[in-house]
Design a protein around this ligand. Structure first.
Ligand code: ADP
Ligand code: MG
Length: 350
């Protein structure tokens, strides 16, 4: 579906912003480019819709060399979302969503139907269509921005840090929603972020860049299990450890007949010490703050390698009625699917 063939970009008077990138992706994949600021993410993305022309190499979409296509036509075939919300304040939500379909000369009725369908996908009622952006919350505006990229039903969508400016709670729920939407609609997404947590959450394939060079490409699992070098390890480690530190509330163990419980005030490194001492195989970290938000974030820490494996978010649909044991059992099912050992979990409050 999308192929980079020895692609480089040299800006005038600059060094190589992208250096000899060769990559290939399948249709329907969620591809996340990640790396520190200035590593060439935006440049790479903009070469896909020819907002930037490569200095060397070429890019193929469905086998077609994009350099042989009319750029205006190409851009109509590719959705594009950038960080700035960019809704037009004097246009209604309907008009904002329908910008590209209108350009593509879709009939009025089809544009309305499409906008209504899209709103439904994010649980917003059709009344919003007649409102103006300032009548919506920041999170809702961002949703509309995302919907706009989906409106013309293009099969490839580029997104440059689209959730970067959001508060963490809105970002979390939009990520969750968007991932579901993407799977449902079967879109191929190229997504840029500098946030490893976001990458691990969304990606089918993560591409790690540094100084314009490809460092590693793989599934989140492959990258977590086998970081290519210290750079990747540090990039994962730092962010994941900071992430996992607050509120370690529940610990499971399997080797030791005595349950081990780490209380809330323990940091991850203390938890690992306790695991070593008790020869615990795996640690289940449940962040209580996230429970309050409606999500439980679960990670398995492999004792021998001290690396976090992200098992995924467990959505708590009805916090008051779902008993925690059921939830944990579901989690364990996920763990088993991943081929890991069974981990009984003991809640410190029981
Ligand atoms: P990222 O999106 O990962 O932060 P960019 O792709 O924006 O990185 O930039 C990669 C490198 O290219 C940086 O060193 C940046 O300074 C440089 N660069 C980006 N745009 C231009 C430009 N128009 N002219 C010259 N240099 C640029
Ligand atoms: Mg950028």
């Amino acid at each position: 579906m999308l192929k980079f063939d020895h692609v480089s970009k040299m800006y005038k008077g600059g060094k190589k912003a992208v250096n000899n990138l060769s990559l290939e992706f399948k249709k329907g994949e969620f591809i996340v480019f990640i790396g520190p600021s200035g590593c060439g993410k935006t440049t790479t993305m903009k070469m896909i819709n020819r907002l930037i022309e490569p200095s060397e190499g070429s890019i193929y979409i469905n086998g077609e060399n994009i350099l042989e296509k009319d750029p205006v036509q190409l851009r109509r075939e590719i959705g594009y979302v950038i960080q700035q919300i960019g809704l037009f304040p004097h246009m209604t939500i309907q008009e904002n969503i329908s910008l590209v379909p209108k350009l593509l000369k879709w009939p009025e009725e089809k544009r309305r139907t499409r906008a209504r369908e899209l709103l439904e996908l994010v649980d917003m009622t059709p009344e919003y269509l007649e409102r103006f952006p300032h009548e919506l919350s920041g999170g809702q505006q961002q949703r509309i921005g995302v919907l706009r990229a989906l409106a013309a039903d293009q099969s490839l969508i580029l997104m440059d840090e689209p959730f970067g400016a959001l508060d963490p709670i809105t970002r979390d729920s939009l990520q969750e929603e968007f991932k579901k939407l993407q799977q449902k609609l079967g879109k191929t997404i190229v997504f840029v972020t500098h946030d490893m947590d976001e990458a691990l959450k969304l990606a089918d394939q993560i591409v790690i860049l540094r100084d314009g060079q490809l460092v590693q490409v793989g599934t989140p699992d492959e990258i977590l299990r086998n970081p290519a070098n210290d750079f990747v390890e540090e990039f994962i480690g730092k962010e994941r450890l900071v992430q996992a530190r607050p509120n370690i509330q529940t610990v499971g163990q399997v080797m030791n007949p005595n349950p081990v419980t780490v209380t809330e005030d323990k940091t991850l490194s203390e938890a690992i010490q306790i695991m070593k001492h008790h020869r615990v195989d795996a640690l289940l970290v449940i962040d209580e703050k996230q429970v309050l938000k409606g999500y439980i974030d679960v990670e398995i820490i492999d004792q021998t390698r001290k690396k976090a494996t992200h098992v995924g978010d467990v959505l708590v649909r009805e916090l008051l009625t779902v008993d925690k044991d059921t939830l944990v059992r579901d989690t364990i099912r996920k763990i088993l699917k991943k081929g890991m050992k069974y981990v009984p979990v003991i809640d410190q409050k029981q």
